[in-house]
Write a protein that binds this ligand. Structure first.
Ligand code: BG6
Length: 487
């Protein structure tokens, strides 16, 4: 029996280009889809949560193309990592992380997505960043796409609806393997594959009111992404034999709301449709049979090309990863109380407490998830995201006391350890937003995940100075002791 984390366990931190970098119009970068998301710092908490304020519309899309405002477009400034990354790495090194998970910005490398040659300045940014990580003993876990694609691909090809976008993506990934291959330790072609279904603008870059058959378009895009994913795996293995390329979902762990058999069946269906479908295609190499029934019921018709089934079968992922923030329950009771969750509205579990944003905190659910995922695929597992979004208060002396974050992280690490004892081959943990970032869902700064504080408010005002929260020292001790010292 294993008694603790493996010696080479990859403790780390995760972030994404659009939420961190800024420099939206610098270094030859093209406009990308996250640069167009509108936010009003004056919105109330309720307005921030409203679906229509989060959703991209044709009108919002067009208006964003004509402005260089950054206050209402927070992904344009991020936390200015583009200019501050060297000093940030000093803090990352002090924290002791073994691996940095970040995404590359496609539009920084191919500004229009379909350019014949890459932007050398964009490539240099990532070469320098990853070289410096390695010089400091930090491995690199690179997400090739974390939502933001060049806007030109949406305008010209309808985003992921077209195989032309797959072709452009493969030109981009080829460049990454060829030019950055020796600087990357783990690859992830797509962040949270199921985001395409639950947040189609982020995941598959569809603008809802530009589509005549939105649901069908979503699944067509997802199919094209599955093909892109498999062909990226193929390409990676050809260019860099032995490269480690994984697949990721946002894990919506779910329990039956009651032991009523209908609720149990509902849980199985929710799990298949929301979670397993995506990992099954990437890890098992084919569309699962349960989706035939779903597609028939929903009137979904995916256009596949000859050879697609072979592509999926021959190019499966080498490790499984997921983000895990909360759990929910499944029920046939339409009136069941709801609460928020990452990407979805969730059914409430009376046994769990929620975060300030309504996400249900469930550390044991992480152990459940790890066991489920490992049982199903028998592949190494990497927790690519986990953390607590909360409001922090800076004291007069500059200190930030965040026991709520420490409690959350501690409880989750304890359950990870239990899962390792259960026999799960857990290889890494990259805490989400270990440095405060612009929130992906609500686009605000006030929802902070970091153990490193960034002095910036929702309107983008502040010195951008970084400082250590109490949780910084907690995570540092956790890493130093390889998960043994959690107090
Ligand atoms: C994940 C995303 O869905 O959740 C991240 O991959 C995101 O980009 C994270 O930031 C937390 O969500 P939010 O909406 O609180 O930022």
């Amino acid at each position: 029996m294993k008694t603790g984390f493996p010696e080479n366990f990859l403790w780390g931190g995760a972030m994404a280009s659009s939420q961190a970098e800024g420099g939206w119009d610098q270094g030859g970068k093209g406009l990308d889809t996250q640069d167009l998301r509108y936010f009003d710092p004056a919105w109330t908490r309720e307005e921030r949560a409203k679906k229509e304020n989060r959703r991209m519309s044709d009108a919002k899309f067009r208006a964003a193309l004509t402005t260089d405002d950054t206050v209402h477009y927070p992904f344009r400034h991020g936390i200015d990592f583009y200019h501050r990354w060297r000093e940030d790495l000093d803090l990352f090194q002090e924290l002791g992380i073994k691996v940095l998970r970040t995404s590359l910005c496609w539009a920084r490398i191919y500004p229009n997505g379909d350019d014949p040659t890459p932007n050398e300045e964009g490539l240099r940014f990532y070469c320098d960043l990853f070289d410096e990580c390695h010089r400091r003993g930090i491995k690199v876990f690179a997400t090739m796409l974390h939502y933001n694609i060049p806007v030109n691909l949406v305008q010209k090809y309808g985003g992921w609806k077209s195989r032309k976008t797959v072709e452009c993506y493969l030109r981009y990934t080829r460049t990454l393997f060829e030019r950055l291959g020796d600087r990357v330790d783990y690859w992830l072609p797509f962040n949270e594959f199921n985001a395409g279904k639950f947040n189609p603008y982020n995941g598959v870059c569809l603008v809802e009111d530009q589509e005549s058959d939105y649901q069908n378009a979503i699944f067509q895009c997802l199919h094209n992404q599955f093909i892109a994913n498999a062909l990226t795996v193929k390409q990676g293995h050809e260019i860099l034999p032995g490269s480690k390329i994984g697949g990721m979902i946002a894990r919506f762990t779910t329990y039956p709301a009651t032991c009523k058999p209908d609720d149990v069946m509902q849980m199985i269906l929710d799990d298949q449709y929301s979670n397993w479908f995506y990992l099954d295609v990437m890890a098992r190499g084919h569309y699962p049979a349960y989706m035939d029934r779903y597609f028939a019921q929903q009137g979904i018709h995916i256009q596949m090309e000859p050879g697609d089934a072979d592509i999926l079968r021959e190019n499966t992922i080498a490790f499984v990863s997921f983000s895990y923030y909360f759990s929910q329950v499944s029920t046939t009771d339409q009136g069941w109380e709801k609460t928020s969750g990452n990407l979805i509205m969730a059914n409430k579990n009376p046994y769990l407490e929620t975060s300030e944003w309504g996400w249900q905190k469930d550390p044991v659910g992480l152990r459940v998830t790890l066991n489920q995922v490992y049982d199903r695929y028998q592949l190494p597992v990497f927790i690519a995201e986990n953390g607590l979004g909360a409001k922090d208060v800076v004291e007069e002396d500059g200190s930030i006391h965040d026991p709520y974050r420490i409690d959350y992280l501690k409880a989750h690490v304890e359950q990870m350890k239990e899962a390792v004892k259960d026999g799960v081959d857990l290889i890494g943990y990259t805490m989400w937003g270990f440095i405060d970032l612009v929130s992906c869902g609500s686009m605000e700064m006030s929802k902070r995940y970091g153990v490193i504080y960034v002095d910036q408010d929702d309107a983008g005002h502040g010195t951008l100075a970084r400082s250590r929260k109490d949780s910084f020292y907690w995570y540092q001790r956790c890493i130093r002791s390889n998960g043994e010292t959690l107090d």
